[in-house]
Structures are given as C-alpha cells and as structure tokens.
Design a binder for this molecule. Structure first.
Ligand code: ADE
Length: 225
C-alpha cells in the first residue's frame, strides 16, 4: 500500500512516520507514506495556494490549480483520491477495511475555509473523521493512514485484529495484567483458571455486556462484517 499525502504542513507528519508501528511498517516495506507540500505544485508567485472566495465571506479557499497539479502528477490508474472534509462520509472500521485492499491512496488535506468546489471533480471519495471541525485535514489523514496500515497483513499480530473492538461490530472485552490484586481490586477468577473454553465464553459475554452498556447503537445497526 502506498499513501501520498498532499498538505500545506508536511512537518506535522514527522512524528507520525517516525514512531512505533507505522515506522516499523515503513521500514519493513509493508507501507510507503510520502508527504508532499501543496505549495510545491503552485504555478503562482510565492507558492500561493489560496485566495478570497467569490461572493464574499470569511477565510481563504484552496485554489484549483495547485491541487489539480499535485493530484495529476501523483495519480496512477489504480489510485483512489480521498479528500478530508467535515462534510464527507463519516469514517468507520468498515471503510478502513475496504480501503486496506487498495494499492494507492492520495489523501488531500484541506485548510482554511475549504477547497474550491471544482476540486471535487478529481476526487473519488470525501471522508470526515467525525462530526466536529478541526483546523485542517492533517490529523484526519493520519487517522485514516493509521487505521488502514494496521490492517495490512504483517503489520500487527493477526490475533489482535481478530479480537479487537468493532470486529463483529462489538467492543473489546476488558483485559488485565499483573498484579492479580491491586488496591483490593481482583482480576476475574476465570482468567486465572487456565480453562480456555470458560475464558472464551467469559470474553464473548463481556464483549456483549460492554457494547450494550457503552454503545448500544452498535447492536442495532449494520455496523461491520
Ligand atoms: N477537516 C476539518 N475537520 C475535519 C473532519 N472532522 N474530518 C475530516 N476533515 C476535516
């Protein structure tokens, strides 16, 4: 999987690509993440990328030409171009799973008042990471890149993927580590029993209990396969 991220703030990604699981996935060549500065694609003086909006109104709008130049120079036949915007489809684990099968994704990070509407003609999908407004698309693009990368075979332990939250549309069961008793709080006996069938049964029941308690909406809808 290859990601090309187009942004006005490339250094925001320094920590993201240089730490932990993402760094290891890059080093192991399981994923490639390239960050591009939108200004480098501007044909205008001083790398201008935004301008006032026609009709008046607050804030600046990202212009067509730098974005078209960037996308057209990076896009291949098998590329999906994704725009990060609060008005996009709300991102879920199900979308992450379907995107993890692709070969190449371009992530377009917006800033200011948004993108010139005509930019949408070169975009395949618009994604929001939730019903709130951030200062730009950089953090959303890291969220998408991270959630997809961890689904790529070999990036993390397959057992972790099978039992985690949202697998089967349920939240994860509670986990414990040493000590067995901490400040009078004990680890559930069944987990210390060594009886694997009982442990599996307890964990399945806990997933349903926790989901009912915290996210009953997940039990109603068509959440995940
Ligand atoms: N840009 C600003 N807010 C956003 C959000 N919630 N999701 C995606 N892109 C955004």
């Amino acid at each position: 999987m290859k990601f090309d991220i187009i942004t006005l703030f490339p250094s925001m990604f320094d920590g993201f690509v240089n730490e932990s699981i993402i760094k290891r996935a890059i080093n192991n060549k399981l994923v490639e993440i390239n960050v591009h500065n939108l200004r480098d694609y501007s044909p205008y003086k001083n790398g201008q990328v935004d301008d006032y909006q026609f009709g008046g109104g607050p804030g600046m709008v990202l212009m067509c030409e730098p974005v078209f130049n960037a996308v057209e120079s990076l896009r291949k036949d098998n590329t999906k171009v994704i725009m990060l915007t609060p008005s996009g489809e709300v991102f879920t684990q199900k979308i992450a799973k379907s995107l993890s099968n692709l070969e190449h994704i371009i992530l377009l990070c917006g800033h200011y008042e948004g993108f010139d509407e005509r930019i949408k003609t070169i975009v395949d999908m618009e994604i929001s990471i939730g019903d709130y407004v951030l200062t730009g698309g950089e953090i959303p693009s890291m969220v998408i890149c991270d959630s997809i990368t961890r689904l790529i075979p070999g990036v993390i332990n397959i057992d972790s993927l099978n039992t985690e939250s949202f697998n089967d549309g349920l939240l994860d069961y509670p986990v414990y580590t040493r000590p067995e008793v901490f400040r009078n709080m004990s680890v559930p006996q069944v987990l210390l029993s060594g009886h694997h069938a009982n442990i599996d049964k307890y964990r399945s029941e806990e997933r349903i209990r926790v989901t009912k308690e915290k996210r009953s909406d997940l039990l109603e809808g068509d959440i995940d396969e």
